[in-house]
Structure formats: C-alpha cells, structure tokens
Design a protein around this ligand. Structure first.
Ligand code: AP5
Ligand code: MG
Length: 211
C-alpha cells in the first residue's frame, strides 16, 4: 500500500504533482493547506482560529494539525493508500505522525527561492472547481476565468511577496530537518522540481517504477 508524503518549498509543485501521481496510482491526494482552507471556508470557530496562522504564513499548532490529518486519513477513500502534501513540516509533527502511521515513500521536490517566488506570484486558482493555473507557465486560455468550468480565477491570500518570504523562511528552518529525518530512515527521494510540470511528473513517477 502506498502511503506517500510530498514535501518541498512553497511553490515547488507539491499540490500539482500530488494530483498527477494520485491519478496514476488511483489513490487520493490530500493537501494539509487545502484541508485548512476548506475549514476556513465553512466559517467555523476552528476555521477562524486557523486563519490567524495561514494569513500570517506561520504554522498552525501541531495538536490541531495532527487532529485534522488523522481525521482525513481515516476517511473511506484513503483505505488503499494516499498521497499527503504539506504534512508533517516540523520535527514535532513527525514524531506525532509516526505514532499512528508509517509512510512508505517521501518525495522531496527541490526548487530555489527565486523560482518559488516567481511561481507563487503568478499562481491562480478557480474559485469554483479549485483547478490551479500559473499566469506565465500554466495560463488559462479564458483568463481571468477557468478553462475547466468558467469560474472566476483568484489569488491565494498568502501569496503576497512578504508572506511568501515568511513561509520560505519557516521552510528552511523547520522543514528541511524533516527531510533529513526521512532521509535517515531511508525513504526519501530528492527530485529536481525546476523542470516543466510534465518533466517533474516523469521524475516522480520514476520513483515508483523502480520501487
Ligand atoms: P500549503 O497550502 O501547503 O502551502 P505551501 O506549503 O506554502 O505550498 P504551496 O501550496 O504554496 O505550494 P505547492 O508546492 O503546493 O505548489 P503548487 O503545486 O501550488 O500551506 C498553507 C499554509 O497552511 C501554511 O503556510 C500554514 O500556515 C498552514 N499549514 C499547512 N500545512 C501545515 C502543517 N503541516 N503544519 C502547520 N501549518 C500548516 O504550484 C505553485 C504554482 O506553480 C502553481 O501556480 C502551479 O500551477 C505552478 N507550477 C507547479 N509546478 C510547476 C512547474 N514544474 N513549472 C512551472 N509552474 C509550475
Ligand atoms: Mg499546495
């Protein structure tokens, strides 16, 4: 059973590649950030609490994050495996996570900060179907609307230069040691995330062909 983590800096393509791999392996792609944004969209008390952190580009407290992930992985669609993007991203979360699940593979998408900022500055998402676009690299033919469903394209509120810098800083300080931990466990594959979406997808798929 595939229990796959996708890690990498902001804009490395975690969400993009998780969706492509999920389609190939016929398992769900689960994004910690998307789970939080869905909770915020409900307007619940939990969502209001979470917004304080996501809007500032800082990490949501571990207990809260672990509870949300645990609940999602227990859903029926995840019984035959899953791909999880964005969690765990700090060593304390790794410890809590390994108490209830053992991942089989960890993919680390590598990208330098300059490219991260460039990609995120032009990221757009459909308000209705959540399809992702990028102004320069993955433009919508019907901009500012979605090619798939005609919905309005919007920017993520944490994709401003200042918040992107804050998120990258936390990545380098808190999340890089997480990659080292999985490397020591012998389950980490480092993948160059700087190519086109198709090129990166091929490199990612290669990890599973050889396994
Ligand atoms: P999250 O939503 O996970 O954001 P992130 O880690 O900052 O990552 P991104 O979603 O920005 O990047 P991505 O790698 O998914 O890139 P994408 O595929 O979209 O987290 C948001 C917030 O939630 C955090 O800041 C935190 O507050 C909270 N949070 C989440 N997890 C948490 C946790 N575990 N603990 C505590 N708090 C947590 O691609 C980016 C763009 O580039 C897109 O426009 C795409 O179309 C384009 N693109 C992708 N690949 C390519 C390519 N190869 N070439 C050109 N363009 C490309
Ligand atoms: Mg993402």
């Amino acid at each position: 059973m595939n229990k796959i983590l996708i890690m990498g800096p902001q804009g490395a393509g975690k969400g993009t590649q998780a969706e492509i791999l999920a389609e190939k392996l016929k398992i769900p792609a689960i994004s910690s950030g998307s789970l939080l944004r869905e909770e915020i969209a409900t307007g619940s008390d939990l969502g209001c609490e979470v917004t304080k952190f996501t809007e500032a580009g800082t990490l949501v407290p571990d207990e809260l994050m672990v509870a949300i992930i645990k609940k999602r992985l227990a859903q029926p669609d995840a019984v035959n495996g899953w791909i999880l993007d964005g969690f765990p991203r700090i060593l304390s979360q790794v410890e809590l996570f390994l108490n209830f699940v053992q991942p089989t593979n960890v993919i680390l998408l590598k990208l330098n900060d300059e490219n991260s900022v460039e990609r995120l500055s032009g990221r757009l998402q459909c308000k209705e179907c959540h399809q992702g676009f990028q102004e320069k690299f993955v433009p919508s033919k019907t901009h500012p609307f979605c090619d798939v469903c005609g919905g309005e394209l919007v920017r993520r509120s944490d994709d401003t230069p200042e918040i992107i810098r804050q998120r990258l800083q936390i990545y380098h300080k808190e999340t890089e040691p997480v990659a080292k931990k999985f490397e020591d466990m012998g389950i980490l594959s480092r993948i160059d995330g700087s190519g086109t979406i198709e090129e990166v997808a091929e490199l990612v798929a290669g990890v599973f062909v050889t396994n």
